[in-house]
Design a protein around this ligand. Structure first.
Ligand SMILES: Cc1cc2nc3c(=O)[nH]c(=O)nc-3n(C[C@H](O)[C@H](O)[C@H](O)COP(=O)(O)OP(=O)(O)OC[C@H]3O[C@@H](n4cnc5c(N)ncnc54)[C@H](O)[C@@H]3O)c2cc1C
Length: 428
């Protein structure tokens, strides 16, 4: 921590760059912890908390019902080891208590997602803006910070209007923005990442996480809207990447649904590196072991001898999808179950347990993606969120190389890192 002058020691000026959830949470925490500090939020756009507004389809999935820090951390493809400590200090239960105490009752859904009981993200925005107002925080919109530099023990910031000002502590809470450069091209940090780079930090190329797969395959043609629950999806070419299970949605352009989104998050960097062209294998009946499928088909055949394959689709698979899978196995859908020989059964079992498809691109899920990459966590003290390289500089939220799967985990990372940064900036 820099040695402050006597003035700044008495009333340090904390500049929060970025008026998103992480910036607001840090600012409020800092002022509440030390009412003597002066806190200003600089937001480049005309409105603060823009992503909170549109989050969760306008309902804001604020966190996840996951009180155990270790369990909570497992939902972060980047940050799962480093977040265990921070979640111990401020976890999902603390988030629930924080918002509930400020008049935002929450509702937990069976899948563990928490939303405001109002089902309206506006109540979360109102809560944060009114807590900031009550705490006496100055919020400056249309005030993007274009440059930041160390000047002695302080920082000099240049705001969009060309004016400069000084701050004792700076929080970068500028969110994430995926780069659209191709893999292999040198990444030059732009926008807010350039601020972190100018203050001495490396930037891991930010690329999208949480996206849907483009798959052009006759198997899926005309089947848009069909949901299969559950399936298991595996990226066969990526060593060490676990298959993901859950509902799968067939779309007009390929595949979506929780199983695909989870896989996209865990494989985000590997998929970027192969230009989003990679093979996957879909297990349409994950409840059955591969070794048991042949036997299961033999039993079905024995019980439905005279029925045609196309008239009886097993395992609750949509009839239309089932017929396509039968065709993929090279079988005539008009064939009778009783006429299935061992070789045909083996082929059908292989298609059902590992149907190979080729992904040829990615697209955003309802415009929802999170960037993975950003400031490397090894350059940050995860107890305080202070830079290990530039004392007095702090980070919170998506600007860090942290991202979670869907379910309220990304906001939880903002509340946690914002809280820790706020406390540390206010101290000393
Ligand atoms: C459509 C959509 C829906 C989502 N729904 C959910 C959900 O329901 N639950 C969940 O957990 N996550 C959700 N997410 C992810 C979540 O919104 C983000 O992870 C979260 O907003 C990140 O917060 P942040 O404060 O780090 O950054 P942001 O919310 O991106 O805020 C950063 C702010 O900094 C400002 N800024 C950037 N550069 C500068 C600069 N140089 N100077 C000043 N200001 C600057 C930006 O304008 C922005 O307002 C959703 C994301 C999207 C896109």
């Amino acid at each position: 921590m820099p040695t402050p002058s006597s003035t700044s020691r008495n009333s340090p000026h904390i500049a929060v760059i970025g008026g998103g959830p992480a910036g607001f949470f840090a600012a409020i925490t800092a002022r509440r912890a030390n009412p003597h500090c002066r806190v200003t939020i600089f937001e480049k756009s005309a409105r603060v908390l823009g992503k909170v507004k549109i989050s969760g389809g306008g309902r804001c999935n604020i966190t996840h019902d996951s009180p155990d820090p270790r369990e909570l951390a497992t939902h972060y493809p980047r940050g799962h080891r480093e977040l265990i400590g921070p979640f111990t200090r401020f976890g999902a239960t603390d988030t629930m208590a924080w918002f509930t105490a400020r008049g935002v009752p929450l509702r937990t859904y069976p899948d563990g997602c928490l939303f405001p009981a109002s089902n309206d993200s506006q109540s979360v925005m109102d809560c944060l803006t009114s807590a900031a107002r009550q705490a006496g925080i100055t919020v400056r919109t249309r005030s993007g910070v274009n440059a930041a530099a160390r000047e002695g023990y302080r920082f000099r910031l240049t705001v969009a209007d060309g004016k400069t000002l000084t701050a004792d502590r700076v929080l970068l809470a500028t969110g994430g923005k995926a780069s659209h450069g191709a893999c292999g091209q040198e990444y030059r940090p732009t926008g807010a990442y350039a601020l972190a780079a100018a203050l001495g930090h490396a930037i891991i190329t930010p690329v999208p996480s949480l996206f849907t797969f483009t798959v052009k395959d006759p198997l899926l043609e005309g089947l848009a809207g069909i949901v299969v629950d559950p399936v298991s999806v595996r990226a066969t070419g990526v060593i060490g990447l676990q298959p993901e299970s859950g509902p799968l949605l067939i779309t007009h352009w390929g595949l979506s649904g929780p199983a695909v989104l989870q896989l996209s998050a865990w494989g985000a960097r590997a998929f970027y590196e192969v230009g989003y062209r990679f093979p996957i294998a879909v297990d349409w009946v994950p409840g059955l072991k591969a070794g048991g499928m042949d036997q299961a088909l033999a039993e079905l055949a024995a019980a439905n001898t005279s029925k045609q394959l196309k008239t009886f689709g097993p395992w609750n698979l949509s009839r239309r999808l089932w017929v396509r899978l039968v065709e993929r196995a090279g079988l005539d859908p008009a064939r009778r179950w009783g006429d299935l020989g061992p070789r045909q059964r083996t082929t059908l079992a292989r298609i059902l347990k590992g149907c190979e498809l080729q992904v040829t691109g990615q697209s955003a899920f309802k415009e929802e993606f999170v960037a993975c990459g950003g400031v490397p966590l090894k350059e940050v003290d995860m107890r305080t969120m202070q830079s290990r390289l530039t004392p007095g500089l702090f980070f919170a939220g998506e600007v860090l190389d942290i991202d979670g799967v869907t379910g309220g985990f990304n906001f939880q990372a903002c509340w946690t890192t914002g809280h820790l940064a706020g406390l540390a900036m206010a101290a000393g």
